[in-house]
Design a binder for this molecule. Structure first.
Ligand code: PMP
Length: 432
């Protein structure tokens, strides 16, 4: 028996080595990483430039507590990230993961409200379904009953609005009226709650684990921004999964020229080399908080030089190898190839995504959008079959209990056409 435990009793093979898109277990079996871990390893495994940058930093220092020292690595990464954001997002706060980043975003928003005489604002509206992390604060805005219900008495539940799932509601995602229809539900909810009590709205630009690469309908993002502005509600964009090039641009926000007040990132920033996350904030929010005595928040490992040196090297690789552009191109090819699989396999009811954040969803009736029976556990069975064949994909049951099992296909952004061929062949054989 191992001393380790995570979610259940099941044990996985033991990882030995990983290079590029491939991973090997200690029995020598090879796996193609078609999910970049959990959409983390955006630049592939064991990138030599990142390893070299980490070695260089390790020789100098690995840790300096943030209240004792600034470090060159954290200053440089902050400047670099600010340069990659919409221009109003200039202030960077480092953390070690996605949940920490989300918590930081919500606490920043709350402290800004307090510092500016808006202390009645505390509610953070999120979407159903959604995933924003597993710490209690991040869970309070996560629309996924299976994860929140067990902890219900420990959380003060935040309001939810429906995520825009046009394909299930029989609406045309390319019609602006559809985007407005869903966005207007946010306005209605803000009015019901009382705008003076609403602090922020948090959303992913493209749905990740919760909705399976769901792209918002036309007009939605623009309208969301208008509504937030109208009611003094801050817009927190959770780019934990979509950031660092995953959707074909450095931030998902760029697809809509969206101007969030706070962006949170993690996964692809540390890219599997180090635990790293960041909150990037509008200068206008930060200054009042600092004037009022400072941000009452922070994590011990925040901004440590090793994490930041690795993060900086990761951003360099993304830029030097043109990985945003490659994600856009390869993503287009992958979506087309998944549509090909949909023609062949009736069980696929929908294909969607942006860049290399792509997914397909199982349905028993494509036209009626009927999900497969829950008890089939199709998503888990499919992932297991593919894994046996040496192809790793990521899957979740849609987080609202609707059993529309989706499979996320999200290889590292260094993927080539040959890798996509291998992924499609593996999916095809597993579907058979
Ligand atoms: N936000 C989103 C959108 C995520 O996908 C995740 C992780 N799946 C998180 C937050 C939480 O990140 P972490 O697991 O690093 O705490």
């Amino acid at each position: 028996m191992s001393n380790l435990f995570y979610q259940g009793r099941g044990r996985k093979p033991v990882l030995d080595q990983a290079r590029g898109l491939y991973m090997w277990d200690t029995d020598g079996k090879r796996y193609l990483d078609g999910s970049s871990g959990a959409m983390v390893c955006n630049i592939g495994h064991s990138d030599p430039d990142v390893l070299a940058a980490m070695r260089r930093q390790m020789e100098k220092s690995t840790f300096g507590y943030r209240l004792h020292f600034e470090t060159e690595a954290s200053e440089k990464l902050a400047a670099r990230l600010a340069g990659l954001m919409p221009e109003h997002l200039t202030r960077v706060f480092f953390v070690s993961g996605g949940s920490e980043a989300v918590e930081s975003g919500m606490k920043m928003a709350r402290q800004h409200a307090l510092a500016t005489g808006q202390g009645s604002r505390w509610k953070v509206i999120s979407r159903q379904p959604s995933y924003h992390g597993c710490t209690l604060g991040a869970l309070a805005v996560t629309g996924y009953a299976a994860l929140t219900d067990p902890f219900e008495p420990m959380m003060r539940m935040m309001p939810r609005v429906p995520a825009p799932r046009a394909y299930l509601d029989g609406l045309d995602p390319d019609d602006e009226a559809t985007g407005h229809h869903y966005a207007d539900m946010l306005e209605q909810r803000i009015l019901e709650e009382g705008p003076e009590t609403v602090l922020a709205f948090i959303l992913e630009p493209v749905g990740g684990a919760s909705t399976g690469a769901l792209v918002p309908p036309k007009g939605y993002m623009e309208r969301i921004r208008e509504i937030c502005d109208r009611h003094g509600v801050l817009l927190i964009l959770d780019e934990v999964m979509t950031g660092a090039g995953r959707t074909g641009t450095f931030l998902g926000a760029e697809h809509w020229d969206l101007r969030p007040d706070i962006v949170v990132m993690s996964k692809g920033l540390g890219a599997g080399y180090v635990p790293l996350g960041a909150m990037i904030v509008d200068e206008r929010l930060v200054e009042p908080v600092l004037d009022a005595g400072g941000f009452a928040h922070g994590f011990t490992y925040a901004g440590n030089p090793l994490a930041c040196a690795a993060g900086l090297a990761v951003v360099d690789v993304i830029e030097n190898k043109g990985l945003c552009a490659n994600a856009a191109t390869m993503g287009g090819t992958l979506i087309a190839r998944l549509h090909g699989l949909m023609q062949k396999h009736e069980i696929i009811g929908d294909v969607r995504g942006k860049g290399l954040l792509t997914a397909f969803e199982f349905m028993s009736d494509r036209d009626a959008k009927t999900p497969l029976p829950r008890e089939l556990n199709a998503y888990q069975r499919f992932v297991d079959i593919a894994y046996q064949r040496g192809l790793i994909v990521y899957s979740r049951r849609t987080h609202d209990g609707y059993s529309g099992d989706h499979i996320l296909v999200c290889p590292p952004l260094i993927a080539t056409e040959d890798h996509l061929d291998e992924i499609i062949d593996g999916l095809d054989a597993s579907l058979d």
